[in-house]
Design a protein around this ligand. Structure first.
Ligand code: ASP
Length: 353
C-alpha cells in the first residue's frame, strides 16, 4: 500500500468515538422538529418556489453527521408544518414536551427546528413557559434543504453546539441563525428572503457561533424560563389576542370587530411611538373601559413604546408595550390573560418580561 493510498484509507475509517447514537461521554440533546423551510424541499436546487415541512426529523439529523460528534441526538417529530401555520395546538404540545424533556436527567438540552416566519413568536412563548435553566435552542433556515447553498445544515450544527454548551444554560430560549445567537425576547425577522434576516435590533446579540465555536456576550433581556411566573399546568387553551395595525385614516371598526370575534386583548401595531388616529383611540379606550386589555406597540422596528408620551395611558387605560414588538406583545398578553388582571398588573408584566 502506498503512503497516499494508506492516508486515503485512514481518512475513511469511521471515527472510533462516534456511532450513530454518539458516545456515552457526550451530552444528550433532544431534537424536536416542527417543520419549516429547514425541512423544506423544492424540485430543483435553484428555484424560489418550494414546500415547507417535507423532510422528517431523522433525515434532518442524518444530513448533518458532524452534529453527532457534538452530542447524542434523539429526534422527535412534533409537527411538520410551515410556521405560517403555527397554532396553539402545536405550541402546547411542543411546550409540554420540552418541559417533560428538561426534567430528564439524561437530557442536557433541547434543539427545536422551526420555520422562520413565526420562530420569534414560538421562541418567546417557550421563553415564558419552559421551567428550566437547561439550554433550549431553536434554529431554522431561509433556504430549503434541497437548495444550492442551503443554510439549514450549518444552522443545525451550530444550534446543537450551543445546546451542548454548559454556558448556554440560564440564558432563556436561544435562537441560532446564520452564526448569531439571539435571545427569544429580542430577535425579529427583517427580510422576507435574505439569509441574514434575523436581528436583535433593540438590545443586540447574546453571542456568536462559528462552526460550533461559541462566544457569549451577555444575558438576555427580560425575565424568562425558570424565573417566569407563567405556567401551562392545566392550560388547554390560550385567550384570543388580536394585533391591529394602525395607518392613515384608521377608524375603530377592526378594534370593535376583534372584540366581537372574542378577543380578550388587543395589541395595536401603532405608528411611531404606538400612536393611532383619534377615532381609533376613542374605540380602543371604549373597549379598555369594558375590560379588554389594550396594548400599544409599534409597527416601527426599533425603539421602545413608552407610557404617557403622546397619549395619556393612565387616563385611557392602555398598556405600553415598551421593548416588545406587536407579535411579542401578543404572546406575552395571551399568557398574562390566563388569569384575570388589571391594567396595572399587565403593565408590570410588560416591564419585567
Ligand atoms: N414559510 C416558512 C416557514 O416559516 C419560511 C421559513 O421557514 O423560512 O415555515
Amino acid at each position: 500500500m502506498t503512503a497516499a493510498v494508506a492516508l486515503v484509507f485512514l481518512c475513511h475509517l469511521p471515527d472510533a468515538r462516534v456511532t450513530a447514537q454518539g458516545t456515552s461521554s457526550q451530552p444528550t440533546i433532544a431534537v424536536l422538529a416542527t417543520g419549516g423551510t429547514i425541512a423544506g424541499a423544492a424540485a430543483t436546487n435553484v428555484q424560489a418556489g418550494y414546500t415547507s415541512g417535507q423532510v422528517g426529523v431523522e433525515q434532518l439529523i442524518a444530513a448533518v453527521p458532524e452534529a453527532k460528534k457534538l452530542a447524542n441526538l434523539r429526534g422527535e417529530q412534533i409537527s411538520n408544518i410551515g410556521s405560517q401555520d403555527m397554532n396553539d395546538e402545536v405550541w402546547l404540545k411542543l411546550a409540554n414536551r420540552v418541559n417533560a424533556l428538561v426534567t430528564m436527567p439524561e437530557v442536557s438540552g433541547v434543539v427545536i427546528t422551526h420555520g422562520t416566519d413565526t420562530i420569534e413568536e414560538t421562541a418567546y412563548f417557550l421563553n415564558l413557559v419552559v421551567k428550566s435553566k437547561k439550554p433550549v435552542v431553536m434554529t431554522a433556515a431561509m433556504r430549503p434543504a434541497t437548495a444550492l447553498s442551503a443554510d439549514g445544515p450549518l444552522n443545525f450544527f451550530n444550534a446543537v453546539a450551543v445546546a451542548a454548551n454548559k454556558d448556554a444554560a440560564g440564558r432563556g430560549v436561544l435562537v441560532v441563525l446564520n452564526d448569531w445567537i439571539h435571545g427569544a425576547a429580542s430577535l425579529t425577522k427583517t427580510s422576507t428572503t435574505a439569509v441574514q434576516t434575523f436581528l436583535s435590533p433593540q438590545s443586540g446579540l447574546i453571542g456568536t457561533v462559528a462552526y460550533g465555536d461559541i462566544e457569549f456576550f451577555r444575558a438576555p433581556i427580560g425575565k424568562h424560563t425558570a424565573d417566569s411566573e407563567f405556567s401551562l399546568s392545566g392550560v388547554t387553551a390560550l385567550p384570543r389576542v388580536d394585533i391591529i395595525m394602525a395607518h392613515e385614516n384608521m377608524d375603530g371598526a377592526l378594534i370593535d370587530a376583534a372584540v366581537t370575534a372574542g378577543a380578550k386583548g388587543i395589541v395595536i401595531a401603532g405608528v411611531g411611538n404606538g400612536n393611532l388616529t383619534q377615532s381609533a383611540v376613542n374605540a380602543l379606550a371604549a373597549q379598555a373601559k369594558k375590560g379588554i386589555v389594550c396594548v400599544r406597540a409599534s409597527r416601527v422596528v426599533t425603539g421602545r413604546v413608552g407610557r404617557n408620551v403622546e397619549l395619556d395611558d393612565d387616563k385611557l387605560g392602555f398598556v405600553a408595550s415598551l421593548d416588545k414588538n406587536p407579535q411579542k406583545a401578543r404572546v406575552l398578553l395571551r399568557l398574562a390573560l390566563l388569569q384575570p388582571r388589571n391594567v396595572k398588573d399587565v403593565q408590570r408584566i410588560f416591564d419585567e418580561y
